[in-house]
Design a protein around this ligand. Structure first.
Ligand SMILES: Nc1ncnc2c1ncn2[C@@H]1O[C@H](COP(=O)(O)OP(=O)(O)OP(=O)(O)O)[C@@H](O)[C@H]1O
Length: 253
């Protein structure tokens, strides 16, 4: 891959929780404006790897990380770079939608406020983020309603709107549809595909169909290592490694 096409990368990464090594010599890069799926059986380290990119392990006293994480040329673990600076460029959406127990409006306004976005600019940013996340039509007349009263799928789209309102460059998604029904899942998938025009997206998923529907690139992990990676179609139709073949055919999980 041409260097200019790489948005995010990890090199020579090892990670331990206490004595247990959870990531082993990870070398991987994520292409700009593409969707990359991280797949692999439960416990193989997908979420742990994803979380490294926005420094979610900083507060885990038993986590020890070696290696380098780059956002283009920026070292994400550089001493004078704050977690807030990292997270303003790398947003995250979690497995379970986690709206604040506040109004729909305030869910997005809050992040803008603490990031010093001037008040007069916020209304249009909020509206655009909700439009971009395909939820505006459903909530525009009830912006003061508590976000927790929305359906699960709507809450997840609101959380995506909250992430995009801060204009990150990368969005990390940790099984964003696992708590949703098939229809809401399809809506989120449609949204993810639309968002790649403006963002680089990494998605952890257990759903093989989902990886094939949305991802340009797929990375297969097993027991803390990357076993195989490549173009999604090729990885699913012509895997090079027997472990990958058995996993994508559903022989274990
Ligand atoms: N904070 C932590 N402290 C100690 N061990 C942890 C911590 N977080 C994760 N682990 C362990 O690290 C290993 C990898 O977990 P991780 O959540 O990254 O796997 P995963 O591939 O995302 O799994 P799943 O698909 O089930 O979500 C597991 O054995 C898990 O128990």
């Amino acid at each position: 891959m041409n260097k200019d096409d790489i948005k995010l990368s990890a090199s020579s990464v090892n990670l331990w929780f206490g004595n247990k090594q959870v990531l082993k010599n990870i070398n991987v890069s994520f292409p700009k404006n593409q969707i990359t799926a991280l797949i692999g059986p439960s416990g193989c380290g997908k979420s742990t790897l994803l979380r490294c990119f926005n420094r979610m392990h900083d507060l885990s006293p038993d986590a020890r990380i070696e290696g380098k994480f780059l956002l283009e040329q920026q070292d994400l673990y550089e001493n004078d770079l704050s977690v807030t600076q990292v997270r303003s460029r790398i947003g995250m959406v979690f497995q379970k939608a986690n709206p604040f127990p506040k109004s729909i409006y305030e869910n997005i306004n809050y992040g803008l406020k603490i990031n010093d976005v001037p008040k007069e600019k916020r209304q249009s940013i909020i509206e655009n983020a909700l439009k971009e996340s395909y939820i505006w039509e459903e909530v525009k007349d009830e912006m003061q309603k508590p976000a927790t009263r929305l359906s699960g799928g709507q809450q997840q789209r609101l959380c995506i709107a909250r992430a995009v309102s801060l204009r990150p460059e990368v969005i990390l998604m940790d099984e964003p549809c696992s708590a949703l029904d098939p229809l809401s899942t399809l809506k989120i998938e449609e949204l993810i595909v639309k968002l790649k025009k403006d963002y680089t997206i990494i998605i952890v998923t257990h759903n093989m169909q989902q990886a094939q529907r949305v991802a340009d690139k797929t990375v297969f992990m097993y027991l803390g290592e990357i076993i195989e990676e490549g173009d999604t179609k090729t990885l699913f139709s012509d895997p090079k490694n027997d472990l990958t073949a058995n996993y994508v055919k559903g022989h274990f999980g």
